[in-house]
Design a binder for this molecule. Structure first.
Ligand SMILES: Cc1cc2nc3c(=O)[nH]c(=O)nc-3n(C[C@H](O)[C@H](O)[C@H](O)COP(=O)(O)OP(=O)(O)OC[C@H]3O[C@@H](n4cnc5c(N)ncnc54)[C@H](O)[C@@H]3O)c2cc1C
Length: 279
């Protein structure tokens, strides 16, 4: 049984993507008073389908989140609010979270606010991202099987991964691209010398940044990747603050293994570790 105290919640989970939803489910199953806050914007918003998640390969991301919300509704101690947290800070042995013009308090925090992608500044690219332009061969490579695939910049690692999938993989110099356009079977690249090439799809590297300011507000230790440093249990450098999903990773990894399944798995670990912390 949770220890009664003056805090409104045992844990506030900030983020309603796969990491936050799973963390809340894990806490709910041991009847911890949990508040989940969801600002309603998700990293895979540009994509209509998600892949590489067993039993959900091809499921629309919104469908998975809706099913997870249905799961959470069965747990009386879990409250879900579709609203953004504005700021977080310490409150004695716990934390306070500003939500609109209110403040809520909790003994622990699970941050699962994700990352934001900034795309290369190429005209037309934004409207194609998540569709015929992608960043991850594991998520979107198979859908381009047998086609001519472009990589914006040096094909490098992505080129190697796509080698057995694509008919061919070609690097495209971003300095030479005037515009990208949708084509009947992929996209069209318009070059500065007037030439035009068609591809089944294109891969781009995006610049990643934290989607929310809470790591900075709490002074959490960060990694060179721009993600929060966590241990194997999702614990950050501040006791009582755990982090999961794309926004965090262990220092042994160069970057988060950013996928829906790994986000959910790390949410489970961070939620379980939070339940242990609350003991
Ligand atoms: C275009 C694209 C396609 C992808 N396709 C795939 C795929 O096919 N398969 C796959 O496995 N992975 C895919 N990914 C990766 C996948 O989207 C992420 O790994 C996954 O969403 C990470 O989950 P998360 O819970 O950490 O973050 P997110 O899903 O981004 O969720 C972040 C949550 O934090 C909330 N939030 C942020 N700030 C606040 C705040 N101030 N207050 C309250 N809530 C806040 C947001 O509203 C959201 O609920 C794709 C990514 C992109 C960019």
């Amino acid at each position: 049984m949770a220890i009664p105290d003056s805090f409104q919640y045992d844990a506030v989970v900030i983020g309603g993507g796969p990491a936050g939803l799973q963390a809340a489910l894990t806490l709910g199953r041991v009847h911890r008073r949990t508040l989940l806050l969801d600002a309603g914007s998700y990293r895979n918003d540009p994509a209509h389908h998600m892949h590489n998640f067993l039993a959900h390969d091809g499921t629309p991301p919104a469908e998975l989140r809706a099913a997870a919300r249905t799961d959470l509704a069965r747990y009386d101690t879990v409250t879900v609010r579709d609203t953004a947290a504005a700021s977080v800070g310490r409150d004695g042995d716990g934390f306070r979270v500003v939500v609109g013009d209110q403040e809520v308090t909790s003994r622990g925090l699970v941050l699962a606010t994700g990352l934001r992608d900034t795309l290369p500044a190429v005209p037309g690219l934004g409207g194609l991202f998540g569709d015929v332009v992608a960043h991850c061969p594991f998520c979107h490579g198979h859908e381009l099987a047998g086609t001519r695939v472009a990589v914006l910049g040096d094909p490098g690692h992505v080129g190697g991964l796509m080698g057995p999938v694509a008919a061919s993989v070609e690097g495209v110099d971003p300095e030479r691209v005037v515009r990208l356009e949708r084509a009947a079977d992929g996209l069209r690249v318009l070059f500065d010398d007037g030439t035009v090439e068609e591809y089944g799809g294109m891969f781009v590297a995006t610049a990643l940044s934290q989607a929310a300011p809470f790591a900075e507000q709490l002074g959490l230790a960060m990694l060179p990747s721009g993600c929060v440093s966590v241990d194997a249990m999702g614990r950050t450098s501040v006791a009582g603050v755990h982090a999961a999903g794309d926004m965090a990773h262990v220092p042994e990894l160069p970057m988060p293994m950013a996928s829906v399944l790994t986000a959910a798995a790390s949410g489970l670990v961070a939620g379980a570790a939070m339940a242990a912390y609350l003991l």
